[in-house]
Write a protein that binds this ligand. Structure first.
Ligand SMILES: C[S@@+](CC[C@H](N)C(=O)[O-])C[C@H]1O[C@@H](n2cnc3c(N)ncnc32)[C@H](O)[C@@H]1O
Length: 386
């Protein structure tokens, strides 16, 4: 991983933290729950391990870090509670590895572990020796590299993390030093072909390496469910980063940001389409693509869940406008929890409030005029035998 090109989400539990601004991602995790449960149960019932080892890649920090693990454990526990393992008085045992970049706020996750363990205890039946055992630990490091020994993990899960590349793609600057993507921070309809190709090529390299690493680490019969923020085609849908780019461009025209500062900035993110994803999996060859599912969520899909927490003391006149503003602010707040660390490094801390207030307004405008949603691609991969 190139140093300091990818930043973890905003840590802590403050109002602007990822922990407090990730209800959209939580909704996505819950929509993929059935596939995750199906895949993990299949592995468990086929291998029947003494200790089921699970890894969540790009777990971040906050309520979402342990949510997929809870779903998996609940599914296995309820399936097995009446079966032989319980009758043999052998407690179900799990080892869970939460992975993210070393700068991730793992402390916040550890602080929520007592609630997680308590819930698990209440799931057990009979005396305390019957309770399922679960050992949760952190595995800091880039998933674009080896994280575990050979033949070690039974089930990998990852949600909304693999769209992050290992670095900004090469080839975004011409030989004469001119930025090819100078008014944008990501691939948009306006980006020249060289930019689209550079992004896909970086994704292809990174995702191939990701699959190679996981294929060494996974046990034969093991599987993975990966949810990726994708796209319909490489550059034709509105990506939320295009709207961030618009707010940054406004700040350049007003002289708040230097033109060259924006021209030299590109996000290390790529949202592949289903065809591209399938191509990389098939060419790499270690996994069978058992399922590929697609679903959409609107940018403000998690808004209703958050509604009660939003402060309405804003300067707009009627209920309709208040609702529109709050929806825009909801999207802007969760994007800020993701983007602030990387944006601050490039553009400085001083302009952050201004940038995200402008972003709120560009979001409101986009959502009023266009169809704004995230495309989610879910792949269920099974390790090929031999
Ligand atoms: C949008 S968050 C998703 C977090 C969580 N899975 C969820 O659904 O809410 C993406 C996470 O991926 C992590 N990430 C990005 N690149 C990574 C890498 N190369 N290795 C490990 N984690 C990475 C980020 O630090 C961040 O915590």
């Amino acid at each position: 991983m190139e140093a300091e090109q990818v930043f973890p989400m905003k840590g802590g539990v403050g109002n602007s933290s990822y922990a407090k601004n990730s209800s959209l991602q939580k909704m996505v995790i819950s929509k993929v729950r059935a596939t995750v449960e199906e895949a993990a149960l299949e592995v468990y019932c086929n291998i029947f391990p003494d200790c089921m080892r699970i890894a969540d890649l790009g777990c971040s920090s906050g309520p979402n870090s342990l949510a997929p693990t809870s779903y998996i454990l609940d599914a296995i526990i309820s399936q097995c509670s009446n079966q032989m393992i319980m009758k043999k008085k052998k407690p179900l045992t799990f080892q869970v590895f939460l992975n993210d970049l070393p700068g991730n706020d793992f402390n916040t996750v550890f602080q929520s572990l007592s609630t997680f363990y308590e819930r698990l205890q209440n799931n057990g039946k009979g005396d305390k020796f019957d309770h399922p055992l679960c050992f949760v630990m952190a595995m800091p490091g880039s998933f674009y590299g080896r994280l575990f020994p050979n033949n070690f993990i039974h089930f990998f899960h990852s949600s909304y993390s693999l769209q992050w590349l290992s670095k900004v793609p090469k080839g975004l600057v011409s030989e004469t030093g001119e930025a090819h993507n100078k008014d944008n921070i990501y691939v948009t309809k306006a980006s020249p072909n060289v930019v689209v190709k550079a992004y896909f090529s970086q994704f292809q390299e990174d995702f191939t390496y990701f699959l190679r690493c996981r294929s060494e680490e996974i046990i034969i019969g093991g599987s993975m469910v990966l949810t990726i923020l994708g796209s319909i085609t490489s550059n034709d849908h509105k990506h939320v980063l295009e709207v961030v780019g618009r707010a940054l461009n406004d700040m350049v025209s007003e002289g708040i940001i230097e033109e060259k500062c924006l021209a030299s900035f590109n996000m290390p993110v790529y949202s592949p389409n289903a065809k591209e994803l399938r191509k990389v999996v098939e060419e790499e060859g270690s996994f069978e693509l058992h399922k590929l599912e697609k679903f959409k969520v609107t940018w403000d899909a998690g808004f209703n869940e958050e509604k009660g927490k939003i402060n309405n003391s804003i300067n707009v006149d009627d209920d309709d406008n208040i609702d529109k503003y709050n929806r825009g602010k909801y999207v802007s707040d969760y994007m800020r929890a993701i983007l602030e660390p990387i944006m601050m490094k490039q553009f400085g801390e001083k302009i952050m409030d201004d940038l995200f207030e402008r972003f709120t307004h560009t979001i409101i405008e986009s959502m009023a005029n266009e169809n704004c949603h995230n495309i989610n691609l879910v792949i269920y991969l099974i390790k090929n035998q031999g």
